[in-house]
Design a protein around this ligand. Structure first.
Ligand code: DAH
Length: 348
């Protein structure tokens, strides 16, 4: 008996080949379903083939039956494989289209870093804190009296011109040009008790913005008032601060200066930490870096704060964390502090 029955002209291999070629051309679930319907479905090609069983002789039937079943099974397996392939390809397309790739390792969320000014500010406050100073918060917006008048700068005082002030619509209300504005507030709150505070905060000046000057910057003010406080206490406190902040080997020197709210007044320099006072670009070959202004609190200011200058004395100082950060980190443009460039801000 021949394998291909001449009556039915059935060529199993040809049917299988044709079906498999058509199956391989299916690209998506819809085409796959049409293929299944046309091939293995109830009215599909293979089903129609098996109907011809009835026309066969008794000997031919079992052989024919076996072959049809084998064909069905082979195509069923081929169909399942193709379906899996199509599903996998579809998944791959979805993933590479960027929706989600669950196999990628997670991305670490970027944690914030402290602003360089905050770092310096905190380091300074910690040192003064260790020396017994409390942090005193005072407002950024103050009346003229706190910023100028009660600090011994009456209207028309020439020292006012040194600080280009931002005025509000109310001419008597200004953005503080220095943290010294908080001195009177602190004194009025504490008097007649002794006082030892540092006042950190933002200050504002209506200046041309350049690499050296900004319209906003931080200051830290220090204020100590009590009985028997002398210039030696001022020198000791600030020298100790400089050594803790810049290094134990640092030298300090005090140069006479002038501020309306202190008498006598001084500026403190610290020996250059870059060249160890030998002379370099940072210290402009002087061996010294100017760090802060200071002095003994003026009697007029003490009185305005509620203290009797006959009994009480005190010292004060003011310094700028951005300037110190610039010296410490070798920065040459103050505008970087408020430029919001993360490449700069995350370096410290
Ligand atoms: N307020 C001054 C300024 O902004 C800095 C300063 C100098 C503060 C001397 C003081 C001081 O407390 O005693 O330039």
């Amino acid at each position: 008996m021949s394998e291909t029955s001449p009556e039915t002209s059935l060529d199993f291999e040809a049917v299988q080949n044709r079906a498999e070629v058509a199956l391989a051309r299916c690209e998506d679930p819809e085409q796959l379903e049409s293929w299944y319907y046309a091939t293995l479905g109830r009215k599909g090609e293979v089903q129609l083939m098996s109907r011809q069983l009835g026309q066969l002789s008794a000997e031919e039937r079992p052989i024919f039956g076996k072959r049809v079943n084998a064909l069905k099974q082979a195509l069923q397996v081929a169909y399942e494989q193709r379906r899996e392939e199509i599903e996998r390809q579809a998944l791959e397309r979805r993933l590479s289209a960027g929706a989600i790739d669950v196999t990628l390792p997670g991305r670490r969320p970027r944690t914030g870093t402290l602003h360089p000014s905050t770092l310096v500010l905190r380091a300074m406050c910690r040192i003064f804190g260790d020396m017994g100073f409390q942090i005193y918060r005072s407002p950024d917006v103050v009346t003229d009296e706190y910023n100028f008048e009660w600090l011994n700068m009456p209207p028309e005082h020439p020292a006012r011109d040194m600080q280009d002030t931002f005025y509000t619509r109310d001419e008597n209300v200004v953005l503080r040009t220095h943290t010294s504005a908080g001195q009177i507030l602190a004194m009025r709150e504490y008097h007649p008790e002794p006082i030892r505070v540092v006042l950190p905060g933002m200050c504002y000046r209506n200046e041309q913005i350049t690499a050296r000057s900004e319209i906003q910057f931080h200051q830290i003010e220090g204020l100590a008032v009590g009985e028997g406080i002398t210039f030696a206490d001022l020198k000791g406190t600030l020298t100790e601060f400089a050594r803790r902040f810049f290094g134990a080997e640092r030298q300090t020197r005090f140069r006479a200066s002038y501020f309306p709210f202190t008498e006598p007044s001084a500026e403190m320099d610290v020996s250059c930490f870059q060249c160890d006072a030998k002379g370099c670009r940072l210290c402009k070959y002087s061996g010294w870096l100017e760090i802060l202004g200071c002095g003994m609190v003026h009697p007029v200011v003490l009185r305005n704060g509620g203290y009797d200058p006959e009994r009480f004395s005190g010292f004060a100082f003011g310094t700028g964390p951005e300037r110190i950060a610039m010296l410490k980190y070798g920065l040459d443009d103050i505008r970087a502090f408020w430029g919001n460039d993360l490449r700069f801000l995350t370096q410290f």
